[in-house]
Design a protein around this ligand. Sequence first.
Ligand SMILES: C[S@@+](CC[C@H](N)C(=O)[O-])C[C@H]1O[C@@H](n2cnc3c(N)ncnc32)[C@H](O)[C@@H]1O
Length: 257
Amino acid sequence: MSVTVLPSIVTGVGRFMSRRKSTEPRLPWLAMLPLDIGLFLKSARTDAKIARAKRRDGTTAAFETAYRESEDPWASASPRYRYQGLKYDRLVALLPRKRFANALDLGCGLGLLSQKLTNRAERVLGIDIAPAAIEHARRRGAAFDNLAFEPGDILNLPSSLDGKFDLVVVADVLYYLSPLDEGILHAVVRRIADLLTPGGTCLLANHFFFAADPDSKVSRKIHRAFKACPRFTVTSEHRRAFFLATLFSERPSLLPA
Ligand SMILES: C[S@@+](CC[C@H](N)C(=O)[O-])C[C@H]1O[C@@H](n2cnc3c(N)ncnc32)[C@H](O)[C@@H]1O
């Protein structure tokens, strides 16, 4: 996430406070904002470092190095910042009011959102490209008996996972795919549809800053690719400070008989 978005964050706060749904956890944006600027800056530094390392060493090595150099490269678990934890609560609150059987958190990082999903699903699996992230996630999630983590690349998932999940969550991951061209994006969207059970739910979330900044444009492009996929219908869409979340349903009418 780039620091050029900070002015739009500030101007967007008022607008988005008024759109908050009463069923979602209350986010004290104005009180939180000055402290959480540090989180946005750290994220921007990490993203810049990963972009350089990807060009030099390749994708897996770039994320692996990030998690070896800092256990929490995006400060998602840092008690200094409240934004990420509140965002995870908010994302979980957007899910349909039902209990899922098998949830998959793709690009799970430290597994913090996966942990929150354990209240909503019988079993939760987190997958991440960085083995170091998986090590951290396993340690942090050791107390949850319905939570497991495995290394894996979204671009190369085993077919044994197909049709296994009634919930797939993809939060702040897909903008790291490179090149993020339409071909790769559409292949990934179809692959994610393959992972779902008939009529299953996909929650897609990406950062979004209200303006035409480059990061938000990429997020819009990703959400557009999911919307364009005939395998998905949009169940609901949510613009919040500072993320865009769309819930999709795997389209039962296109299922094989
Ligand atoms: C910004 S973090 C988000 C982590 C988590 N989803 C969250 O919301 O806390 C992005 C994560 O995506 C993972 N990732 C990036 N490309 C991936 C890929 N091709 N397959 C699986 N994971 C990937 C990274 O290792 C990193 O942990």
